[in-house]
Design a protein around this ligand. Structure first.
Ligand SMILES: Cc1ncc(COP(=O)(O)O)c(C=O)c1O
Length: 451
């Protein structure tokens, strides 16, 4: 039995799949943060190049991938699909487990799939600099790499606690030529406002987004780039699922369940959306998003209109949200700490097309260690949520006397996260269930909209 299923370089997908074309009714409107009226392309123009704005709103089912972007993707794509036979043996399951491995990219995760596309379109429209935020550093390093490929300067606002805990992610970004600042900074009104209230703020993704958006909005040569959540980002990631569909054909199996971890939703979208299309066309397949119980936007969040950032500078979107003033607990080791979920993923959950599950971090690390000791790869803490879900699905099938075909996305390796593994082995990681009362408290602060 083959261990991995590989595609040739000329089998890198030629189109992204845009699920907006297949939704039963149009998505909820995106609202301007001040007027609270639906935004048009001109409202987004200070932040994004026109090609990206068009993609964000497009209902074309298949969007061609430019040759320059396919050329950049060819540096690491097509990524391999593995049959996790050793993991199956380690947990003693009859189910077949497959994983698509996105850790082969230069920055070590799925994030460059959209970073190279975004850098390409910005460079083509004459943009000189991109501003962005990063939490654990995966997105910032991916955009730094993509900026280097397409000749763009990159400024990264990195959540302060990660800036301090992950110096080598910063070194990576600097090697690719990016400037990195610990957020909140004193460089933006948003950052100064937060520091005035809490000079020792650990920062959060929501705050760093406010800073990057302000930077882009106040500099003519600069645009903003987001690594998750938005429609175009989810669409750029569909190369993962499109390749996986071809690879599962090589393996001669159809997945019964497709699993990915969920932070802002682009990773889950990447592997799941092409299979959601199969489901809409009548195939029996489940799609399962795995999130941390310390930041459970899909399983405890409310489906409501909210800001994408903390300060209220971004458009207001309808999504599953914990509230834009969510502050992630500092004890959590991995990424996946965003208060909201991609509007697309939220809509699919609301429509009952996908499912979500939340796990505490120690159980995820336990699954990650079992995986490392059988399959070899040391997973990113984010990806360990998908492994935990895959192992649980296999065990559930065994208990029911069934054998299932399980496919999950291993979104990245954990080579820069060994500090978190150290903490896990030292027994210093704590589990944390984000309280429902906190969600209810934050709901009082949602923007009031009339839709
Ligand atoms: C390795 C890895 N996997 C998954 C995610 C979550 O991605 P998304 O925001 O697209 O859900 C991240 C986020 O940084 C990540 O670094």
């Amino acid at each position: 039995m083959p261990t991995k299923y590989l595609l040739r370089e000329d089998q890198i997908p030629r189109h992204w799949y845009n699920i907006l074309a297949d939704l039963a009714s149009p998505p909820a409107p995106v609202l301007h943060p001040q007027t609270r009226k639906p935004v048009g392309p001109q409202d987004l123009a200070p932040l994004f190049p026109m090609a990206i704005i068009e993609q964000e709103m497009s209902t074309r089912r298949e969007v061609p991938i430019p040759d320059e972007v396919r050329g950049a993707l060819a540096l690491w794509r097509p990524s391999p699909l593995f049959r996790a036979e050793r993991l199956e043996r380690a947990i003693g399951t009859r189910s077949h487990i497959y994983y698509k491995y996105e850790g082969v990219s230069p920055s070590g995760s799925h994030k460059p799939n959209t970073a190279v596309a975004q850098a390409f379109y910005n460079a083509k429209e004459g943009v000189k600099r991109l501003a962005t935020e990063t939490g654990a550093g995966q997105w910032g390093s991916s955009l730094a790499f993509a900026g280097a490929l397409f000749g763009l300067e990159v400024t990264v606002y990195m959540v302060r606690i990660s800036y301090e805990q992950k110096p080598y992610r910063r070194s990576m970004m600097q090697t690719w030529g990016a400037k990195v600042f610990p957020s909140p900074t004193d460089k933006t009104n948003a950052g100064r406002g937060i520091l005035a209230k809490d000079p020792r703020s650990n920062g959060s993704l929501g705050i760093a987004i406010s800073e990057a958006v302000e930077d882009a909005a106040t500099h003519d040569d600069t645009k903003y780039s987001l690594g998750s959540v938005l429609n175009h980002v989810c669409m750029h990631q569909t190369v993962i699922g499109l390749e996986a569909q071809e690879q599962m054909k090589l393996a001669g199996e159809h997945p019964d369940v497709v699993i990915a971890c969920h932070g802002g939703g682009s990773n889950f979208s990447g592997i799941a959306l092409p299979f959601v299309r199969d489901k809409m066309n009548g195939r029996n397949v489940r799609l399962l998003a795995a999130e941390p119980s310390s930041c459970p936007s899909l399983t405890k969040g409310v489906y409501a209109f909210d800001y994408g950032d903390t300060v209220g500078m971004t458009p207001i979107v309808k999504m599953h949200t914990l509230g834009h003033d969510f502050m992630p607990p500092g004890i959590h080791a991995g990424g996946l700490r965003y208060h909201g979920a991609a509007p697309l993923v939220s809509r699919l959950l609301h429509d009952g097309l996908i499912e979500a599950v939340a796990y505490p971090q120690r159980a995820c690390f336990e699954a990650a260690v079992t995986f490392s000791r059988s399959e070899g790869i040391i997973p990113a803490p984010e990806s360990s949520h998908a492994i935990k879900a895959a192992v649980d699905e296999a065990k559930k099938a065994d208990a029911e006397g069934k054998s299932r075909v399980i496919l999950f996305n291993l979104s990245g390796h954990g080579h820069f996260d060994l500090g978190a593994y150290d903490q896990y082995f030292a027994g210093k990681l704590e589990d944390f269930e984000y309280p429902r009362e906190e969600v209810e408290r934050s709901m009082a602060n949602l923007p009031r909209v009339e839709v």
